[in-house]
Design a protein around this ligand. Structure first.
Ligand code: NAI
Length: 278
């Protein structure tokens, strides 16, 4: 599958947890023979975002198993997309081990603060939510693109359905993801002549730690059990189920491969029919 991806080098941000969308992308790329760089926050930021982050141990266990299972080159590297210095350190580490980068998956994301309306949203939480989801994509892209120039490549940014259609009580995240969609289009125009395609994907409800956290919050708000809240959410999707990270990874890997060679600047929905508008 996707033989053109063999021996390409891919950075996937936020890929250091086996339960997440980033890991699912890394696993599929590895299965296609790409070298994968697992870049993630290697400390638990639970007290700030509420969702547990990757750990150094899990990142290393991931790179070991991908290397053993697929015979590819791997690297686990610390990355905080909210800090320019951390990104610069990541670039130095990558340069010491890889000649170039061909594919970039801007997947890291989080929500800070309690779900709320705009007029009650905590200002600090708003700024951090926009910073990680939007400025994080800008910062990492700015640093990585110079390593990609000179050969064809692809960038896939993980936006969200929330970036196209306003969600309940999640305004900062929605605004940030809408920004990711526009940033994708701007980058696609900038880089088209360089043969680097840039697309976004807009997942709906995908079963990960992030989604589990949201379901727990909704259960509290609606006075339901976790399972009832999950069922309620699933019923909002025409396919009446939440998606699996590997289903999102299938789309992301397609957008990275030559099979999508004439697609750039798009923001594709993947949500069981939850959002049908372009
Ligand atoms: P997750 O919480 O399971 O994974 C997020 C990953 O990002 C974690 O590995 C975490 O350690 C990492 N991360 C957090 N802060 C970071 C930082 N400052 N620097 C570097 N890495 C950091 O979440 P999930 O669901 O896998 O989300 C992946 C992407 O998909 C995110 O951008 C999210 O917004 C997006 N998304 C998820 C949806 C869902 O239903 N799960 C729906 C729509 C979009």
């Amino acid at each position: 599958m996707y033989s053109d991806l063999k021996e390409k080098t891919a950075i996937i941000t936020g890929s250091g947890k086996r339960s997440g969308i980033g890991y699912a992308m890394a696993e599929k790329l590895a299965a296609c023979g790409s070298n994968v760089i697992i870049a993630d926050l290697a400390v638990n930021s639970e007290e700030t975002s509420g969702v547990k982050s990757a750990t150094r141990n899990e990142m290393e266990s991931i790179t070991e198993s991908l290397k053993d299972n697929y015979g590819i080159k791997t690297l686990a590297v610390d990355l905080d997309v909210m800090r320019t210095k951390s990104i610069a350190r990541m670039i130095q580490t990558i340069k010491s081990q890889f000649e170039r980068v061909d594919l970039l998956f801007n997947n890291a994301g989080a929500v800070f603060g309690a779900p709320n309306t705009v007029h009650d949203y905590d200002e600090g939480a708003w700024i951090k939510t926009v910073d990680i989801n939007l400025h994080g994509v800008f910062r990492v892209s700015k640093a990585v693109i110079p390593l990609m120039l000179g050969k064809p490549g692809a960038i896939v940014n993980v936006a969200s359905r929330a970036g196209k259609s306003p969600p309940l009580w999640n305004p900062a995240y929605a605004v940030a993801k809408a920004g990711v969609i526009m940033l994708t289009k701007v980058m696609a125009k900038d880089l088209a002549i360089q043969d680097i395609r840039v697309n976004a994907i807009c997942p709906g409800l995908i079963m990960t730690d992030l989604q589990q956290f949201r379901i727990q919050k909704e259960a509290e708000v609606f006075g339901m059990s976790y399972d009832e809240a999950k069922e309620r959410l699933a019923k909002t999707v025409p396919m009446e189920r939440l998606g699996h990270p590997s289903e999102v990874a299938d789309l992301a890997v397609y957008l990275a491969s030559e099979q999508s060679s004439y697609i750039t600047g798009q923001a594709m929905n993947i949500g069981g029919g939850a959002l049908m508008e372009v």
